[in-house]
Design a protein around this ligand. Structure first.
Ligand code: NAD
Length: 282
């Protein structure tokens, strides 16, 4: 039987509606929730992501302030822009759109964001809190994946979870969140030997690689939940890591691309920004 589709678009709409309701409550108290976005350069994909985030802010009733810096911006100017938003009490969340041009030190820039305003959850303080079970701000994509898994109603306790990809923004934090739910977690990466032997054991398989068609049906255990984080543009079309048509015949649940993890990431950015405003203002 074909897998059930984990519809990130529908679920994200529900989450954004809840965020909009809570935002309206804050508005009644005279608080305007505001997301500050810093973008460096004119990368077309980044422009689309930033526009989508601004549209989401409009929909839930946030204001957004975007600072666009020149492609050749110095580290000093980027840091000044971050400091400006740190000090601005009207801004509750700060997001630096990644990737940054090569002359800029991404880790140093992210470390400057006030952890309370770090709505992406990339600051070392927030990463440390997550890794020590005291989570405050959870990165948006892993948080969205956990919401989707919750939506399936599957009890994660004792399940085998396999994550392909070990980035700081997806692979490592999703592994921590699955571990927190008592999954037995394996993190695979580009040096993993016999990848298929690992993925075939997974009740929950998360792929965050960025290679179209990377996860094929023979890598998936029948009945597994398959979460496709990958986003790659091929001939103007957005595609994931998973060979959707064949894997959906094996899996029990599967996320589509587009319409899966992507919209959930934006919904969680809205939730994180609202929570930052509540923490800073209430
Ligand atoms: P990344 O690009 O930093 O790293 C890719 C990971 O894939 C690495 O950890 C690497 O070890 C692993 N990898 C590469 N080749 C492999 C192989 N042959 N076998 C096993 N592992 C291999 O990772 P990222 O920033 O987490 O992004 C991954 C993908 O997810 C990209 O396509 C990105 O665009 C997408 N993404 C989507 C969202 C979303 O909202 N849907 C959010 C973030 C990232």
């Amino acid at each position: 039987m074909a897998a059930q589709i984990l519809d990130g678009k529908a679920l994200s709409a529900e989450i954004k509606a809840k965020v909009a309701k809570r935002t309206a409550e804050l508005n009644k108290q005279g608080i305007d929730v505001c997301l500050g976005v810093i973008m460096v350069g004119d990368d077309p994909a980044s422009q689309i992501y930033v526009r989508n985030k601004q549209n989401a802010c409009d929909k839930v009733g946030f204001c957004s302030r975007t600072v666009i810096l020149d492609k050749g911006t110095s580290q000093e100017d980027l840091e000044k822009a971050i400091e400006g938003m740190n000090e601005d009490d009207a801004i509750h969340g700060i997001l630096v759109q990644l990737p940054l041009p090569p002359q800029l030190d991404e880790k140093k820039a992210l470390a400057l964001i006030r952890p309370e305003k770090d709505v992406d959850g990339f600051h070392v303080v927030n990463a440390g809190m997550l890794f020590t079970g005291q989570k405050q701000v959870v990165p948006c994509t892993p948080k969205g994946i956990m919401a989707m898994l919750k939506h399936t109603g599957i009890d994660l306790n004792g399940k085998e979870a396999v994550v392909i990809g070990r980035s700081d923004i997806v692979g490592k934090p999703i592994a921590m969140l699955l571990l927190e739910q008592n999954c037995t977690v394996t993190i695979c990466h580009s040096h993993t030997a016999q990848l298929r032997e690992h993925t075939r054991r997974a009740d929950i398989l998360v792929s965050a690689v960025g290679k179209p068609g990377f996860v094929t049906a023979d890598m998936v255990m029948p009945g597994a939940v398959v979460i496709d984080v990958g986003i790659t543009r091929v001939d103007g079309k957005v595609v994931g890591d998973v060979a959707f048509d064949e894997v959906k015949e094996v899996a029990s649940w599967i996320t589509p691309v587009p319409g899966g993890v992507g919209p959930m990431t934006i919904a969680m950015l809205m939730e994180n920004t609202l929570e930052a405003a509540e923490r800073l203002e209430c």
